[in-house]
Design a protein around this ligand. Sequence first.
Ligand code: G3I
Length: 327
Amino acid sequence: MAVVVAMGIAVWQAPAAAASVPLKNITNRYVGSAVAATYLASESDYRAVLTREFDNVTPENEMKWGTVEAVRGQYDWSGADAIVRYAQRTHKTVRGHTLVWHSQLPDWVAALPADELRGVLRDHITTEVKRYKGKIRAWDVVNEIFNEDGTRRDTVFRQKLGDGFVADVFRWAHAADPGAKLYLNDYNIEGVNPKSDAVYDLVKTLRRQGVPIDGVGIQGHLSIQYGFPGEYRANLARFARIGVETAVTEADVRIPTPPDPAKLATQASYFGQLWDGCHAVSRCVEFTTWGFTDRHSWVPDVFPGEGAACLFDENLHPKPAYYRLNP
Ligand code: G3I
């Protein structure tokens, strides 16, 4: 990392090139990024860094219900197909994201009566999982079904189908592609807390019932304004003990803008702790970031005044966090 002092203020300057060995070659975990099909098609520098550094891709929005079937019966697989084709060409795995989520859910689905919703949900899962059968390493089957206090989120699926919909959707996904690893995915479950306790209890119960759930996706959306989540490694380890994989699925570490050397150092430390913890637990199989460049990130849209959450800056120069993972 290069720090220069200008007018008495230390300024971090990105070195021109990434480390000589790409991130994907220094780890035995899948190392991935969320990607957007539009940038993949239109930005050659974006594509080049993605291709060089990562060996897993997760479509950021292209496989969500609101994208693939915004209007009932009218499917748009263009973005998802493009990302899967790119992954096959460049020998990367794909994490499918996501089959059942209360957000980015078309209005027509939310409006269905209970009896119809069940059939439509089953068709949605079966159609999408079969389309990419054999091409998706792991699916985020259900996304964000818990509240912070560990109670179930009151989504349309829960209201109309009851809590049992979770077991059903895993069974339907497994029937459509028995080879894909099936995950439950959520945020704020990095450490041990009421929400991760609830995930732990549910996964344990589902496994006992023979429901085909293989893993827990820990999103990893962190902010340097809060402390690093407590007991992160212990949390990963307890999932391993009940026989499921874990994956860090959406890592990013946002900082109050503008960035400065101290904030970037804290960010690097948080990324490093996420990475090291995953490598310390054998069943943590994947480390995926939610985008890799500050040029394109969901953070400033949702958290005004915060940003710069990725491993590479807007010009695709590696940041201190990148060098913390790949010194
Ligand atoms: O595609 C439309 C475009 O046609 C329209 O003109 C434009 C106007 O706002 O919106 C575009 O859609 C946006 C979409 O991203 C694609 O860019 C939506 O408004 C926007 O809400 C959507 O945001 C996505 C968000 O999920 C939705 O909740 C983010 O890109 C995506 O990074 C984010 O990802 C989620 C994970 O799926 C689950 N975990 C949390 C994570 C961050 O919120």
